[in-house]
Ligand binder design. Sequence first.
Ligand code: HEM
Length: 511
Amino acid sequence: MMFVIFFAVLFLIYYYLTRNFKHWEKKNVPFIKPLPFFGSIYDGVLMRHSIGEVFYDLYYKSTKPFVGFFILDKPCLLIRDPKLIKKILVNDFQYFYDRNAVNNKRDDPISTHILFILKNPDWRELRTKMTPVFTSSKIKIMSELIENASHEMTNYLNNHIKDYNSVEMRDVCLKFTVDVIGSTIFGVQANSFKDENSQFSSVAKRLIDWDDIVTAFRFRCYLLAPLFVNLFRMKLFPPDCVNFLKNTFLDIMDKRSVSNKSRNDLIDILLQMKNDNRNFIEGDILVSQALMFFVAGFETTSSTMGFALYEFARNPDIQDKIRNEIKDISDKYGDIKYDSLKEMEYLDMCVKGITNYGNLFNFFKFVILEVLRKYPVVPFLDRKCNTTYTIPDTNVTIDKDTPIFIPSLALHYDPQYFPNADIFDPERFSSNNKTGIDSFAYLPFGEGPRNCIGARFGLLTAKLGLVHILKEFVVSCNEKSNEKIKFNPKGMVLSALNGINLKLSKVEKAT
Ligand code: HEM
């Protein structure tokens, strides 16, 4: 009898987990065959591949404009065709305004209000309120604080490195971006370089520690398996880290409002908005945004810097060319600051090739674009189909609530859009060549109304940080440098497994 019950239960579980597996077949949509329980993302569930690489693999299993697949038992759609991607992200955005991540109001109110997770109509209202935080004039004001953090970093590299043959640069970049975010968002000196046990640094590391199986599991569940989030009443971030950031932020906000001292950071901007009574947000929603800027800002930017340094080490000619460009700009205009970076981009856009100086600087811009092509730190985009949608020029309908994924990493390596994609070649983005690039096959910051709100701030931070490193140091490979970067299989974003270890030498010694 027990035997029969056991098999009956097993059959019911099997039936439940496979009940949707005919979904795409019924709709006549090509699909990747699923396995019970795992769906089509076997390597992702077992954490053998990062999620970005899982979508990369799925992309190359098809040649069609879109392909069905399954996350556990849930039917999802992977979009391969840039024209359709444009429709989803931009033209038909009204059908796809939300992401898939769980909105867990009951157990996790702070992460629910994070712009990244928030659902419409709350998302649209908050996005409108937060957009003024990142205007050019506000970023320019904050650039002074980024400059200060850059000096802390070079001071650390000059005076506190014991062995220049082996420096873990991802960690250095992480300290730098934590200092930047601490200073520009929270209005505090995070002191990551001065104090090895700085509380900000350790909180940052714990918030997104991809080596930690619990963190990896939590993030996967929030994005891929809402059932577990509700079942286990999960929170996205460790509560003690959230409390630390919340208390710090509110405390500084209170002190600042009575002292009237300004620091040109986010708190000043928010207080100004409050005084003007314009578009103001309060309470937990406010704290959520500070938390979001912290989380979204430090990891993405520091990883981009780390990947850039790795490519500079592997491509010494490119590194020399950038250093010459930096020297030319410094000789002509003094220290490189926001204005020189901004001015050059502006010159490039308005008057192509007006001076050698502009051309030279533009090279660095192409380099960063190429770094983001090879290493889109956020390696996929996701949206949810909010209302039944018919795919243009087909009779395929996507049901409401179907998760949609856009595999940026895979698109960035597709030879039809980027020939010789494994080669680091900034010239792809030069004025002569960039017209050939399909902008919906290149998505490091996403696209459309829900694109990255901090893109310019992140880019400025990464560029200033890299300029300061390259001005003083030559980076090169050492025996620990891998031929190719391996990504942490537990990561939700692209993160170099075991960091980025490089050799550093002082510029004057090398020339
Ligand atoms: C190099 C650095 C960065 C990269 C590569 C990056 C990339 C991305 C990508 C791909 C998205 C998804 C866009 C989409 O779905 O269309 C995103 C969203 C977002 N990013 Fe960034 N990001 C970076 C830096 C930052 C910084 C510095 C901040 C804030 C200080 C930030 C805040 C956000 C927020 C709030 C969203 C969600 C926007 C929304 O849903 O309305 N990011 N980012």
